[in-house]
Design a protein around this ligand. Sequence first.
Ligand SMILES: Cc1cc2nc3c(=O)[nH]c(=O)nc-3n(C[C@H](O)[C@H](O)[C@H](O)COP(=O)(O)OP(=O)(O)OC[C@H]3O[C@@H](n4cnc5c(N)ncnc54)[C@H](O)[C@@H]3O)c2cc1C
Length: 456
Amino acid sequence: MSVAVMLFTSDLRLHDQPALQAALRGADEVVPLFVLDPGIRKAGFDAPNRRAFLADCLVSLDAGLHERGGRLVIRTGHVTEQVCRVVAETGARAVHIAAGVSGYAVRREEQLRSALAAVRCALHVHDGVVTALPPGRVTPGGRDHFAVFSAYFRRWEAAGLRGAMAAPRSLRVPELAGHPLPRRTAVTGVSPGLAKGGELEGRRRLSAWLADTDAGIAAYAERHDDLPGDATSRLSPHLHFGTLSATELVHRARRKGGPGADAFVRQLAWRDFHHQVLAARPEAAHADYRTRGDHWRTDEKAISAWKDGRTGCPIVDAAMRQLLHEGWMHNRGRLLTASYLTKTLYVDWRIGARHFLDLLVDGDIANNQLNWQWVAGTGTDTRPNRVLNPLAQAKRFDPQGDYVRRWVPELAQLAGPAVHQPWKLDGLDRARLDYPDPLVEPAEGRARFERARGLH
Ligand SMILES: Cc1cc2nc3c(=O)[nH]c(=O)nc-3n(C[C@H](O)[C@H](O)[C@H](O)COP(=O)(O)OP(=O)(O)OC[C@H]3O[C@@H](n4cnc5c(N)ncnc54)[C@H](O)[C@@H]3O)c2cc1C
C-alpha cells in the first residue's frame, strides 16, 4: 500500500487542487496534513483575525474530506519536523506541497527538500496552485520579473491558464493520530465583524457574487470604487487562504464575460503580478523596491491617530475604522489611507504595512507590502510622486458621505457631503461633535512631501 502526504498550506480547498490530485494519482492512501507551526507566531504573522479565519477553513476542509471518506490530520510544531514524523509513521514515499513566494514559504520548501532527501522521500512542489499564473512563467527579455503591470498583463492574458479541476470524489487516509481542529471561538482579539472562512463559505460567496446583477461582477467595472456601495467581491481572504482557486475564478469570470468580468480578471492579474515581483525580489517584503532616498518622519501621535481612525480627516478615519471592525478594508480605502500615511503625514510605509498585517484577514506579504510600496512610490508605480488628496477622493468615491456616516458615528448627524468637512462647521456645532481637528491640512502635507522628495 503506497502512501503520500498532501501538506496543505495556502491552498485550503478540495476544488481545483492540483497538489492533492497529484498525491491521489501517485499513491493508494493520502495523508491530508496541516501543521500549526509556532514559527508563524514567532515571525509575527499570526494575527488573531487570520487565526480565526484559518480555524474556519480547517473545519470546512475537514468536513469536505469527511464527505469523501477521509479527514484532515492536524499536527502542531515545526513544519519540517512534523512532516518527517508523519512520513516515518506512515512510510510515505512522497510529499506534495503548493509553491509559495514568501520568505517563510521558500525556507520551508528548502528545509523540507533536504530533510526528506535524507529519508529518501520525494518532495513535489506544485506551481499554479496559489496564483493563476506561476511566478516566472512570463518574463520580459533578459529579466526575471516584470516591473510594470501593463506589460505584465499583456503577457499574462496571452499566456493561457490550465483548466480548473473538479474536487476528488473519494480518498483513503491511513490510521494516524492528530491534534484537535482549532476553533474560531478559542481565538481572542478578533474584529467583531470578521467574515466567516472556509471553502464552503468561499464557494457560496463566489456564486452569489457572480449572480448578483446590482453589486456583483456584472456591475464591477462601474462600481468597484463605490465606497458605500461595497460592490467588490470580498473574496480576498479566500484567495489568501486558498479556499478559492485564482485559476477557477479567472475561468468562471471569463465565462460570465462583459466589462465587469474583464475588470475583475485584471485585478486577479494584479495579485499574480505582485507575487512574481516578490518571488524575484524577496527583500521587497521589507526594503524599498526602488528607493527614493526618503527620510521618513517619526510622529507617534499622528501614527496612533491614524491607527485609531482619529486623524480628523473623515474619509481616512472611516476606512481605518472599517479595518478595525471587520479586519478588512475596501481597496479605495486602502489606497487613500496608505497615501495619507505615507504622503500626507510622510510616515514610513513599513509602519502602515505592519498595522495592516496585524489586522487584515487577507493580510498577505506579496499583496500588502507591494501595494504599500506602490502607494508610497517606492514600488512599481510609474508615477511614484502622485498624492491622493483625501477630500477629492471623498467627494468622488463617497459623494453623499454615506460611507463616513456608517463608520464614524460621531459624524452621523451631519447630512450629505458636509460630513467630509466637519472643520467648516461653526464653533458651537463643531465643539459638540466629539471629533478631532485635522492633524494636518492636506495641502501642507503635500508640500512637505514634495520638498522631502526634492520635487521643488
Ligand atoms: C495599501 C494596500 C494594502 C493591500 N493589502 C492587501 C493584502 O494584504 N492582501 C490582499 O489580498 N490585497 C491587498 N490589497 C489589494 C486590494 O486592496 C485587496 O485585494 C482588495 O481590496 C480585496 O477586496 P476584494 O476581494 O473585494 O477585491 P476585488 O476588487 O473583488 O478584486 C478581486 C481580487 O483581486 C485581487 N486584487 C484586487 N486588487 C488588487 C491589488 N491592488 N493588488 C493585488 N491583488 C488585488 C484580490 O485577490 C481580490 O480579492 C492592498 C491594497 C493596498 C492599496
